[in-house]
Write a protein that binds this ligand. Structure first.
Ligand code: AMP
Ligand code: MG
Length: 293
């Protein structure tokens, strides 16, 4: 039996979680940093961590009926000023409870939470985060990167497009909503081998709106193009590895259209597809606690 207190603080989510491996139950408390304007500012995000982490940890501790057996925290990758605060908080918690401190990789946690919940053994994992995008395969206990973005992360590309329109952060959910009323607008499709690139698509999408293409159409084109690229590389990874299990991770994975495209690709190949519920896709301390355990 292991009861793990998880702390996440790599970028926008100040989050704490309690995970009990015996009952497989979670308590997750997250306080998001929402920039007043523009994107995530590292110093402002760190100031948010400083205020919010003690509060979310206190809430989670209150829900626990005893001390944890271990403290897990996201040790990176992430924004330096945020990581420092997250690490300091986790270290003092581990010292005060006199339990082991376990630093975990944030990106592996994005992949592992779905793998753990699906029960898959050697899946391909598609990570679709704000600052990242990559396709991984678990082989003999280690994740291997099969393909990744050559420039910006997938969520960041969408967020930068919406910032150009003056929409508030994060842009992903707003693009998803507007795309429902749009007709597909053609944008550059960039897959090179197993890697993808999003920055050219993002610029083309900005230009299209500036040239008067209806914003709903650009949103629809943006989603179809980017998600088709992710689906293509995920499919090639399944084919390359001979695996018939695909797991989704990362905040962009909350998008219903992306899940639909991946599910339909898997169905056509006879592969199993697992997408965790949204609270385990976006940054959260639950996935940190799972990997810590
Ligand atoms: P993460 O870094 O994993 O927490 O994911 C955050 C990213 O997910 C941000 O770039 C958001 O814009 C993006 N995101 C959140 N919800 C959606 C959605 N429904 N569709 C597309 N992207 C989304
Ligand atoms: Mg993340």
């Amino acid at each position: 039996m292991t009861r793990v207190l998880g702390v996440e603080g790599t970028a926008w989510a100040a989050s704490a979680a309690f995970y009990d491996t015996e009952t497989d139950s979670f308590t997750i408390e997250t306080d998001p940093y929402v920039p007043e304007s523009g994107g995530i500012h590292p110093r402002e995000a760190a100031e948010h961590m400083q205020e919010a982490i003690p509060a979310v940890v206190a809430d989670v501790l209150e829900s626990m009926d005893g001390p944890p057996d271990a403290v897990a925290f996201s040790r990176g990758p992430g924004l330096g000023p945020c990581l420092r605060i997250c690490g300091t908080a986790a270290r003092s918690l581990a010292l005060s409870f006199d339990v082991p401190l376990v630093g975990v990789n944030h990106m592996v946690a994005h992949a592992e939470v779905g793998r753990d919940q699906s029960g898959f053994t050697d899946p391909v994992c598609l990570n679709t985060s704000g600052a990242n995008a990559h396709v991984l395969a678990l082989r003999r206990g280690r994740y291997r990167i099969l393909g990744e973005t050559m420039d910006t992360g997938v969520g960041n590309a969408i967020d930068k497009f919406t910032r150009h329109l003056g929409w508030s952060h994060p842009g992903g959910p707003k693009v998803e909503r507007r795309a429902k009323d749009g007709e597909y607008h053609d944008l550059p499709y960039v897959v090179k081998g197993m890697d993808f690139s999003f920055s050219g698509i993002m610029s083309a999408a900005k230009d299209a709106v500036d040239d008067g293409v209806p914003v709903e159409d650009v949103c629809a084109g943006l989603q179809e193009t980017i998600f088709a690229m992710l689906t293509e590389v995920a499919e090639r990874a399944l084919s390359l590895t001979g695996t018939d299990e695909l797991v989704l991770g990362g905040g962009v994975g909350q998008n219903e259209r992306l899940r639909e495209m991946l599910a339909s690709m898997c169905e056509q190949r006879g592969a199993d597809f697992y997408a965790p519920e949204p609270r385990f896709l976006r940054d959260n301390a639950g996935m940190i606690a799972v990997l810590g355990a």
